[in-house]
Design a protein around this ligand. Structure first.
Ligand SMILES: [Zn+2]
Ligand SMILES: [Zn+2]
Length: 149
C-alpha cells in the first residue's frame, strides 16, 4: 500500500487505491504551499487515506481558493510539511490531494517517481525556465483522453 509522511516523520499516512488522477500543477496556490515551482497532486478518495502515525500532530489551515470554494491544507505541526490538501467544492471534496513528494521511496525510487503525473494544469503559470513535459494539457479537455487509456 502506498505510504508517505512528513520531513520529521511525526506524521505518516497510507492509501489503499490507485490515485484517480495525477496532475502536475503550476498554479500559484500549489507554488506557495509547496515552496516549489509546481506540485504533483494525487487525487485519492478521502475514505481511502488513513493516518498511520501522528494524527494528533496534523494541523490544518483553510482559506478561499482561486477556483472558488475553500481550500484546506493539512500539514505536520512539528516540521510544517504539507501532506495533502482538500478543495471544499463538489465533486472535488470527495478527495484528498496528496503531495506526491511526501510519498515514501520504493525500491530506490523517490516518492515523486512512484506516482508520475499524467496531466499538467495551469500551464499559463509555469516557470519560463522549465523544459516542456510530455504530459496532457488539461486545458484541452484531457480527462476523456486519460479515461480511455
Ligand atoms: Zn513533521
Ligand atoms: Zn495547483
Amino acid at each position: 500500500m502506498p505510504s508517505g509522511g512528513c520531513w520529521c516523520d511525526g506524521t505518516r499516512y497510507e492509501y489503499g487505491v490507485k490515485p484517480l488522477e495525477r496532475i502536475l500543477c503550476h498554479c500559484i496556490t500549489c507554488q506557495k504551499i509547496s515552496g516549489g515551482a509546481f506540485t504533483v497532486n494525487l487525487m485519492v478518495p478521502t475514505k481511502d487515506v488513513h493516518m498511520t502515525k501522528g494524527a494528533e500532530n496534523l494541523k490544518s489551515h483553510t482559506q478561499d481558493h482561486i477556483l472558488g470554494g475553500k481550500l484546506s491544507v493539512y500539514f505536520c505541526g512539528i516540521c510544517g510539511t504539507c501532506l495533502y490538501k482538500q478543495l471544499h467544492m463538489s465533486p472535488f471534496d470527495q478527495n484528498f490531494v496528496i503531495q506526491s513528494g511526501t510519498l515514501d521511496e520504493v525500491e530506490g525510487k523517490l516518492g515523486a517517481d512512484v506516482e508520475p503525473p499524467d496531466q499538467e494544469s495551469f500551464i499559463e503559470r509555469r516557470a519560463g525556465w522549465l523544459p516542456p513535459f510530455e504530459l496532457i494539457d488539461m486545458r484541452n479537455d484531457s480527462r476523456k483522453v486519460v479515461a480511455t487509456k
